[in-house]
Write a protein that binds this ligand. Structure first.
Ligand SMILES: [Zn+2]
Length: 311
């Protein structure tokens, strides 16, 4: 009797814990330009605390429809984004751009399709290829593991339409121009320029935070930022961190260039990545307050060394 009661209690607790979660906690969207909304996610790594949500989902209201960029890291994050969109407009989402293959940006696609089944999903051709080749599934697993199962039920809805560099799409009353590259943050990156002076950079620009560069190159990322800096842009929405002006692109460029140049000097002097770290970190003093600096800078120095060796 007692054992049965215990067993029942245990299975009830287990069921409550394992039941699929509906949505991440709500965030308030901010209008960064007319008809252009951004939810600024926490500048953190995905965790139990933030329910895996930490990117910057955005949407643009263009005449009779809505265009979404990067609807979050899970179906639960995507549902939160859908609710936020519906608070700003009753118009349907027709189009979703995903900036790159990293799942923290696009596993919310599922929730968009649940709400608007006809929406089309667009990305870099290599994003689509890599997602299909296994990255999608590893990101689904990674998100579940870092949130201790919170994102369970998330399914990878991989984009079906490939875009190309320079492509301009008129969608509703707005036009969207693509700047794509194959050697920047993830080698699958697109940046999206809207004709209202807003640029969505994906993770080619992260505002005041140091994040993984394992899948990209410093030189390619700098090149991508240089193209963006030449555009007549007023508002820059980065992949993570606060929206700002072109200065946030310049800051990201300065960080990468300072790091890369410092590593090159030490490399040419015959130093190993371990030996050069104190000198390189010293030259990066202006960026020491950036989120994740201490955790990521050593890895970035090693990656820069590898990139210099390959040049
Ligand atoms: Zn990201």
């Amino acid at each position: 009797m007692r054992l049965t009661a215990l067993f029942l209690a245990a299975s009830v607790t287990l069921a409550a814990h394992a039941s699929p979660q509906d949505t991440v906690k709500p965030y308030t969207p901010e209008q960064v330009a007319p008809g252009t909304w951004v939810i600024t996610g926490p500048v953190e790594e995905p965790s139990v605390k933030n329910q895996g949500f930490m990117n910057n989902p955005a949407w643009i209201i263009a005449g009779d429809q809505v265009i979404v960029i990067d609807p979050g890291s899970s179906v639960q994050a995507g549902r939160m984004v859908v609710k936020a969109i519906q608070k700003t407009t009753r118009l349907p989402v027709t189009t979703v751009y995903n900036t790159h293959v990293h799942g923290d940006h696009w596993l919310g696609n599922q929730a968009i399709l649940d709400a608007w089944p006809k929406a089309v999903l667009i990305a870099h051709p290599d994003m689509i290829a890599k997602a299909k080749a296994g990255e999608a599934e590893s990101w689904v697993r990674l998100m579940s593991s870092v949130t201790q199962g919170y994102t369970e039920g998330t399914r990878a809805e991989i984009p079906t339409i490939a875009t190309t560099d320079g492509m301009v799409s008129k969608i509703g009353t707005r036009s969207f121009k693509i700047y794509s590259s194959n050697d920047a943050h993830s080698k699958t990156d697109i940046m999206i320029e809207v004709d209202n002076g807003v640029l969505f950079t994906g993770d080619n620009v992260i505002n005041h935070a140091v994040r993984r560069m394992d899948d990209g190159t410093f030189t390619g990322n700098i090149k991508a930022i240089d193209r963006a800096l030449a555009l007549p842009i007023k508002v820059v929405v980065p992949g993570h961190g606060n929206t700002g002006g072109p200065a946030i692109m310049q800051a990201q460029r300065d960080f990468f260039q300072t790091l890369f140049d410092a590593v090159k000097v030490e490399y040419d002097a015959g130093k190993s990545d371990f030996e050069m770290k104190p000198v390189v970190v010293g030259k990066l003093a202006a960026f020491k307050q950036w989120d994740g600096f201490d955790a990521a800078v050593g890895k970035q120095i090693s990656l820069a060394v590898l990139e210099i060796e390959q040049q």
